[in-house]
Design a protein around this ligand. Structure first.
Ligand code: UD2
Ligand code: MN
Length: 571
């Protein structure tokens, strides 16, 4: 018995050693992986990596650094000196390091201990599609001014942002890095950094928010191309050339990179999917969404730009005179939020375009909460800013914004007269044009069916107070139709004024009832499934004759008459 165990251990040990050798050999041998596998998002952070070495992979006759390389120490120190001049980065970082016992997430909503541990620079994986390395860019691209606004950013993330720009951009393309310190508690966070060559620091005399801060930074920029970055980014290999190239070719293009994810917990650098673009819902909530299937199918070249209806907002490149011509930003927006919609609608509707460039990658620490205060409150500020965007740019479609965000009604948003004048002066197209040409995938609630009756045979779905519903005789016509039989299908909600149809539990046979509408309530989410109405989370369908009594959810069988709901518009 003991011999068998000893043998098994020996075999496992040999297999382990062989496996390790195979793994190392694999990593260095020429790769022949297919383009499609290389374009998949790769989970996992950058691999740590022995000092000095350069780990390259060879595909065809090209050489692509798999990991951004670290040069041998002497050369590294020399390069460091050139990059940061007389700036004493050790002292800068040490002064603000996390004290033992302090909560590392408290001040920045990310793990400060981990960020501090990484120091001012590190190797990250080149997350681009391998074909990006063989794309050629003009030799004489124009330089850009990098604009970074921040409020109480951690020193280690801020410095890493700056150093990644200096390390991973051709020096000739970086005219300057303009930091706008948005009234952070310690003015030295910014001031000390201006000892780094090319870095300038502007400090706001009061808290302005990121929108007015960026406008200030853009005003100070001396290059003809502006590049905006958040203060907790790390730019990746050759991030800048693809963006400047596109803007140089056509100054009305506003371009952004694929935004990779830097984990807020362990700071692993993770590749984001290359198949995403920016989208939103009617409440003006930004979301990443899959590019439409037809576009995806017709993309033969993964290095080509992706048209996007909106940009996330923080990281983009734009021609400076185009930025000024289009009215910069709406400077009556405060602190954070909504400016990305306003800019995106404006760019598209006033003659420009927005794209994501897959050969440009920039990592960003996405957080789950704001680490800073909003003087007017977070919700009110977001409403004010998005209301301004909706009022100026969304024409008659703003009604859907208000339906999706009822709390916005009646909230103050200041005067928009100047922005409306700008829109007229620029002769911009309508929001309808934008929906038809740029974002046809956005469902328009009216088209889904506005006020309608839900008929089944000769009967209509009717509510009686909050707890009971029935199939009753259809009464009245047009405006005479009783409210209790009028339904608004605003996916995913089935509403009657402020009440929505909800299931009481997620199992077959559960009754339905009316309750105050909430977009976040999973029990209220419905979608059409053929003639049936399917509850999105349980997957069950509204049935007028389920086995256990009237009106409940049951296994979907759209061919059943008791599950067929015929919406009939009330005109
Ligand atoms: C995203 C954008 C962000 C902005 C925002 C909507 C990315 C990667 N980020 O939110 O740039 O468009 O959506 O408004 O697309 N800041 C100030 N003053 C303030 C508040 C913030 O300077 O009063 C700075 C902050 O330090 C950071 C930048 O503005 O550098 C963006 O703020 P964030 O990182 O909290 O926003 P984020 O990434 O959640
Ligand atoms: Mn950010």
């Amino acid at each position: 018995m003991r011999r068998i165990r000893a043998n098994a251990i020996a075999i496992l040990t040999v297999a382990w050693i062989l496996g390790t050798f195979y793994y190392l050999w694999q990593d260095n041998k020429p790769h022949t992986s297919s383009p499609s596998s290389a374009s998949q998002p790769r989970a996992g952070g950058s691999r740590s990596h022995a000092a000095g070495g350069r780990l390259d992979i060879h595909r065809d006759d090209r050489t692509i650094p798999l990991i951004v390389t670290q040069s041998p120490r002497a050369e590294q120190q020399q390069q460091q000196g050139r990059l940061i001049g007389s700036f004493d980065e050790k002292a800068y970082l040490l002064e603000k390091q996390l004290k033992t016992g302090d909560d590392p997430y408290r001040d920045h909503a990310f793990n400060l201990a981990e960020s501090d541990r990484l120091g001012s620079e590190r190797a990250i994986r080149d997350t681009r599609h391998y074909r990006c390395a063989s794309v050629n860019y003009d030799a004489n691209l124009p330089p850009t001014s990098i604009i970074i606004t921040f409020h109480n950013e951690a020193r280690s993330t801020l410095l890493r942002t700056i150093k990644s720009v200096l390390m991973r951009s051709p020096p000739s393309l970086i005219q300057e890095i303009i930091l706008i310190d948005d009234f952070s508690t310690d003015p030295e966070d910014c001031q000390l950094l201006s000892q780094i060559p090319k870095v300038h620091c502007l400090r706001n005399g009061r808290r302005e928010g990121l929108i007015r801060s960026r406008v200030r930074g853009a005003g100070a920029a001396s290059a003809s191309i502006l590049t905006f970055l958040d203060s907790h980014c790390e730019v990746n290999t050759d991030w800048l050339q693809p963006m400047i190239q596109r803007v140089k070719e056509d100054h009305t293009r506003v371009v952004s990179p694929i935004i990779d994810v830097i984990s807020l917990d362990n700071f692993a650098y993770l590749a984001a999917s290359a198949d995403l673009r920016g989208g939103f819902d009617w409440s003006l909530h930004f979301k990443w969404e899959q590019i439409p299937i037809e576009q995806k199918m017709s993309r033969s070249d993964p290095t080509l730009p992706i048209r996007t209806p909106v940009i996330a907002g923080g990281i983009f490149v734009m021609d400076k005179s185009w930025f000024n011509h289009l009215g910069q930003y709406d400077t009556h927006m405060d602190i954070w939020g909504g400016e990305n919609f306003e800019l995106s609608f404006r760019v598209w509707m006033c003659g420009g375009s927005l794209e994501i460039l897959p050969c440009s990658r920039v990592g960003h620490v996405f957080r789950k909460r704001h680490p800073y205060d909003f003087p007017e409150g977070n919700a009110l500020t977001y409403i004010k800013n998005t209301r301004r965007a909706a009022e100026v740019w969304m024409d008659e479609y703003k009604q859907y914004y208000y339906s999706a965000r009822p709390s916005a009604q009646g909230k103050a948003f200041g005067s928009i007269a100047d922005r409306l004048t700008l829109r007229r002066k620029l002769n911009c197209k309508s929001f309808r044009w934008y929906l038809e040409n740029v974002y046809p995938e956005l469902r328009i609630p009216e088209q889904d069916a506005l006020s309608s009756v839900l008929r089944q045979g000769g009967l209509c779905l009717e509510s009686h107070g909050s707890d009971s519903l029935s199939l009753s005789e259809c009464r009245g016509a047009g405006a005479m139709r009783p409210q209790s039989q009028k339904w608004e299908l605003m996916e995913p909600l089935l509403r009657q004024q402020d009440l929505c149809l909800a299931i009481t539990a997620f199992t077959a046979g559960s009754k339905v009832r009316m309750e105050p509408c909430s977009m976040k309530e999973p029990r209220q989410k419905w979608k059409p499934k053929g003639p049936a109405l399917q509850h999105m989370v349980s997957g069950l369908c509204l049935d007028s004759q389920p086995p256990d009594g009237p009106l409940a959810i049951a296994q979907c069988r759209p061919q059943l008459a008791s599950q067929a709901w015929e919406p009939q518009l009330i005109t």
